[in-house]
Ligand binder design. Structure first.
Ligand code: ADP
Ligand code: MG
Ligand code: MG
Length: 508
């Protein structure tokens, strides 16, 4: 029992709370409402579909006989979220440019060092990555010079900014960009919902090729590195006890089914304990089994807690010294930091890396306001000083970001204001960012089989894949998308961190 109302005729105040119809779907001109019982049965069907098709996460509930293999559907949104088609397609089109930008920035290690130097003084994690970059330079030159294989699996994240109508970039992830595969399944789930609800048009759900593109990029890098014939494998670098293991397992299955490439899952600790680097003989890493490693694909290593001891750093350095393709290299990881994002937005900096001025102008269409908090810049740049003063006066219009990944690290509101007022050199490790103001939607969110209807905000991610062998770019593509939806009262948006659910775009 689904009813359609023109959006303007509906009003919260006129509804009796107990008979409240749930808003299943809303776009510019139409709203689809549903009674609680029908919504419940659609939710049940969606959850069953998710379990049947591998749209799942590990449960890790100690109550089960074998908690390691127990699974549950991923947190999801029952219906897709409307996005303007033109803006969405533009975000897809610029992804190969962002891939090129990351590659150009990562190649310029002097730029990485000088830009991240001040932040590294106050952020030991960034500092350690920079040290690893320097410590491995000679080995990298020896094993790779001119014939290195570079593999990028990126995700550029955006929010639709309601005041400007543009997608503005939240950040660009160059390490462990997750949920690509579950997101492709999310598109399929919403196609199933479209088959159930005639008012959803399947043609408005854009193709989402992550399940093919991500394994294909990893395989292209493995082939370029060589030693496939000698039993070469992909090592997926994982966190111990990962809940999102099934998103990762979809890549492993794709590597096997599409390319007959085997994947070995190892933590940095496992690698430290068992992998051997043949430093004198060309930099090949072999596992305990004798298999050489073609590719290290990281789904860990982006946060300080992934390096609980020196052993994990030793593993990272061993990988970096090796002749395997790394996704990412330390340089790629550093190119994805918030500090670099902020520095590229300064006048003329992006243009050093993207020479065609039309391409650079196109990328700048996606840049939000970004400011350095290095006390030197605050003292010498009147634009920066004005932004800091404004952020102290109106903290709700800004976000304060440290050099961290994985969600839950940014500062907002009072905390942002207090940190700016306290000031000092340690702010070099932070950047200040314009707060993007996405439009609110109504969504039915489903977690652990339970559903609720909420006012929500959504974030779009576009995946990019890139493979370069020496001077030859073998692959540079837009490779699919992710939408994450959170309740509008929450500042942060991670699915793994428990703030958000998986969703998909509906182009209007
Ligand atoms: P992380 O690398 O930890 O994911 P993000 O830059 O993506 O860091 O920030 C985490 C979350 O904070 C985002 O998913 C988004 O919900 C929110 N956020 C970050 N920057 C902004 C911004 N400029 N405006 C509004 N929300 C933001
Ligand atoms: Mg990130
Ligand atoms: Mg993020």
């Amino acid at each position: 029992k689904i009813s359609h109302y023109p959006a303007g005729l509906w009003s919260h105040g006129l509804l009796n709370f107990r008979n409240k119809p749930y808003i299943l779907w809303q776009q510019a001109t139409h709203r689809m409402e549903i009674d609680g019982k029908s919504a419940g049965s659609l939710v049940e069907d969606a959850v069953v579909w998710a379990n049947q098709h591998g749209l799942v996460v590990a449960l890790k509930d100690p109550k089960f006989i074998n908690p390691d293999v127990a699974i549950i559907h991923a947190p999801l949104s029952l219906m897709p979220v409307p996005y303007p088609r033109g803006r969405f397609e533009l975000a897809q089109q610029v992804m190969p440019l962002f891939n090129r930008l990351v590659d150009a920035v990562a190649t310029d290690e002097a730029y990485l060092e000088s830009t991240l130097g001040p932040a590294a003084l106050y952020d030991t994690f960034t500092g350690r990555l920079l040290k690893t970059l320097q410590a491995t330079r000679a080995a990298r030159a020896l094993h790779e010079a001119g014939r290195e294989v570079v593999l990028g699996v990126h995700r550029s994240d955006y929010m639709l900014d309601e005041p400007s109508g543009k997608f503005l970039q939240v950040e660009l992830n160059t390490i462990a960009s997750s949920f690509g595969c579950l997101s492709a399944l999310m598109t399929r789930l919403h196609l199933y919902m479209a088959s159930r609800l005639p008012s959803l048009e399947p043609s408005r759900l854009p193709a989402n090729p992550t399940l093919e593109h991500i394994p294909d990029a990893i395989a292209a890098a493995a082939n370029a590195v060589g030693f496939r014939e000698e039993g070469g494998v992909v090592v997926m670098v994982v966190q111990p006890g990962e809940r999102n293991a099934y998103d990762q397992q979809w890549i492993q299955l794709g590597l096997w089914e599409r390319h007959r490439l085997r994947t070995v899952r190892m933590t940095l600790g496992d690698i430290a304990a068992t992998a051997k680097l043949d430093e004198a003989g060309g930099g090949t890493v072999t596992l305990k089994t004798g298999e050489p490693v073609c590719v290290f694909y990281f789904r860990a290593g982006y946060t300080p807690t992934d390096y609980p001891s020196e052993a994990e750093w030793a593993a990272r350095e061993l990988i970096e010294r090796s002749n395997a393709a790394k996704c990412p290299t330390v340089a790629y990881q550093l190119a994805g930091t918030k500090k670099i994002q902020q520095d590229l937005a300064r006048p003329g900096v992006l243009e050093k890396f993207i020479c065609d001025h039309r391409d650079a102008a196109l990328l700048r269409e996606f840049f939000a306001g970004l400011w350095s908090l290095d006390p030197n810049d605050v003292a010498t740049d009147p634009g920066v000083a004005a932004a800091v003063a404004d952020a102290i006066a109106r903290p709700e219009a800004y976000v304060l970001k440290p050099q961290r990944e994985g969600g839950g690290n940014n500062l907002y509101g009072e905390e942002l204001r207090d940190t700016l007022i306290t000031g000092g050199e340690r702010l070099s490790a932070y950047i200040l960012m314009q707060r993007i103001l996405p439009p609110a939607n109504r969504s039915v969110l489903v977690r652990n089989g339970q559903w609720s209807e909420s006012e929500t905000l959504s974030e779009l991610g576009i995946y990019g894949t890139f493979v370069r062998h020496g001077n030859n770019v073998l692959l540079n593509e837009q490779s699919g998308h992710l939408v994450r939806t959170k309740t509008s009262t929450s500042n942060e948006g991670g699915v793994a961190a428990g703030f958000a659910v998986l969703d998909s775009p509906y182009l209007v």
